[in-house]
Design a protein around this ligand. Structure first.
Ligand SMILES: [Zn+2]
Length: 155
């Protein structure tokens, strides 16, 4: 999936979390949510996050959708952010999980147990295709509607 779809889906997931009173610092939570949602594609030289020198270097060592799409690696990175601030760590973790779940709907798919085992899940969505565009608008609209409903109820 492309960057904007990951951001829209993470936004929807974040707004859903908003319905529960779990977060103290919402700005930090959403900031790290979006960072987490973009982070796994750092290994992809064509992605928004990957268009820099650092990721070119990372790309030599890590094939796309391997270690940076690993939930084990992602959980470890989230924990580091969690030590800094629990809202940041939780946001990053949710963003990362939302990214990996969304990528599992693509034809290329995701190995959820990488690098320790094999549990491949894939779908039928073509990355950047028409169906993904439809998903992007659906996630963005659902997120905005849900947010409006939530905020109108709390005032
Ligand atoms: Zn990805």
């Amino acid at each position: 999936m492309i960057f904007r779809t990951h951001i829209a889906f993470a936004f929807l997931a974040g707004v859903f979390i908003y319905t529960y009173n779990l977060i103290d610092n919402w700005i930090l939570f959403f900031l790290f949510l979006f960072i987490g949602a973009g982070f796994p594609d750092i290994d992809h030289s064509k992605s928004k996050f990957g268009r820099n020198v650092l990721s070119r270097i990372i790309g030599i060592f890590s094939k796309h959708r391997k270690i940076f799409h690993s939930l084990f690696f992602g959980t470890a990175v989230s924990y580091l952010f969690f030590l800094f601030d629990d809202d940041a760590g939780f946001g990053f973790f949710l963003g990362l999980v939302s990214h990996v779940v969304l990528d599992s709907l693509t034809k290329q798919g995701i190995n959820f147990l990488y690098p320790f085992g094999k549990f491949n899940v894939n779908g039928f969505v073509k990355t950047g295709g028409l169906l993904e565009t439809a998903l992007f608008y659906f996630f963005a609209a659902a997120g905005i509607v849900l947010l409006l409903v939530m905020t109108s109820q709390s005032f």
